[in-house]
Design a binder for this molecule. Structure first.
Ligand SMILES: Nc1ncnc2c1ncn2[C@@H]1O[C@H](COP(=O)(O)OP(=O)(O)OP(=O)(O)O)[C@@H](O)[C@H]1O
Ligand SMILES: [Mg+2]
Length: 301
């Protein structure tokens, strides 16, 4: 049996705006049932990549395939299989949210509106309000339902929860995990690390239009690398610990250590010392993200 093509497949994707801006040589794929986190600082190229994937912009070099079909030459098909939620949402000037959804459904030839209804209920969208009168978060909800009403198999979500309150963010995460289980392929750009960490199978980090990391989420966050804060009964014990465990950073009665792998060497180094407290600090994705930026040449895009 033939192996199904990845839902999204980009090869050497490039678009140069000039002046070093744009995206360069991006190669990646997203499978069905997978969320790829698409991270990077402002101006890194996240939105540009998504626009190239939709066929809204023609790549200067490289190509994109969606469910095995070329995204540029098959733009008509792409619109049916893609749900693209842009970072800046433009909505038709209709009198109500309901009218916006009716118009888009008519344009898409969509008759079965059950999926759309489930989204409206889940995100508590008020369909009576005029789009231009909506608050930021409610406008974002309308944009989400408008982009995804046709239950497409491939989702491109550009900062989908910007403006959502914490309750809606939680609902969004639960919904995204369900969509993943239903087999959707999802590219998720976000500045909310916890949202990405909880949903993404893999994470790509862009910087100045180039991919500087692509790895499984757990690997990137290096979950087996833990930091500990230790407090000793006195400075003498802290110094004895430093002698037994040279990687420790000791200040007064306290020490900080990072451990990757087994804990035995740390436990052995503590034998016979008066340890008053031991606090663990797990490295978050945010730590990893900032570390990757720093390694790639400093802060900012
Ligand atoms: N139409 C355009 N003309 C010229 N340069 C552009 C254009 N659109 C984007 N750029 C530049 O391309 C780079 C990538 O922009 P992009 O919008 O993709 O970043 P982003 O990662 O989405 O950032 P943010 O987190 O702020 O949304 C930036 O340097 C931006 O200034
Ligand atoms: Mg953007």
């Amino acid at each position: 049996m033939a192996v199904p093509a990845p839902a999204i497949e980009a090869a050497d994707l490039s678009y140069d705006f000039g002046g070093g801006r744009g995206v360069f040589d991006l190669s990646f794929s997203v499978d069905r049932g997978e969320v790829l986190g698409w991270l990077g600082p402002n101006g890194a190229g996240k939105t540009t990549t998504m626009r190239l994937l939709t066929g809204l912009m023609r790549p200067r070099r490289g190509r994109v395939r969606l469910l095995g079909h070329d995204a540029w030459s098959g733009r008509e098909r792409a619109h049916r299989i893609l749900g693209y939620l842009p970072g800046e949402i433009g909505l038709p000037a209709e009198s109500s949210g309901g009218a916006v959804l009716d118009l888009l459904a008519a344009m898409r030839g969509l008759r079965d509106r059950a999926y759309e209804r489930s989204l409206v209920d889940r995100f508590e969208l008020d369909l009576r309000a005029a789009p231009h009168c909506l608050s930021k978060g409610n406008r974002q909800k309308l944009g989400l339902v408008a982009a995804l009403q046709h239950d497409p198999p491939v989702l491109l979500l550009d900062e989908p929860t910007s403006g959502f309150d914490p309750l809606m963010q939680e609902r969004f995460v639960a919904w995204l995990l369900e969509e993943k289980r239903r087999g959707k392929a999802i590219l998720l750009s976000s500045h909310q690390f916890s949202e990405v960490e909880r949903t993404a199978d893999r994470i790509a980090v862009l910087r100045q239009g180039r991919m500087v990391a692509l790895a499984e989420t757990g690997f990137l966050a290096q979950r087996d690398r833990r930091g500990y804060h230790l407090r000793f009964g006195g400075e003498a014990d802290a110094q004895r610990f430093a002698a037994a465990y040279p990687a420790a950073r000791v200040r007064g009665c306290t020490a900080e250590v990072e451990v990757q792998g087994p804990l035995r060497p740390l436990v052995d180094a503590l034998a016979g010392l008066e340890l008053l407290s031991l606090r663990e600090r797990q490295q978050s994705l945010e730590d990893a993200f900032l570390r990757i930026y720093a390694a790639a040449g400093g802060e900012g895009a």
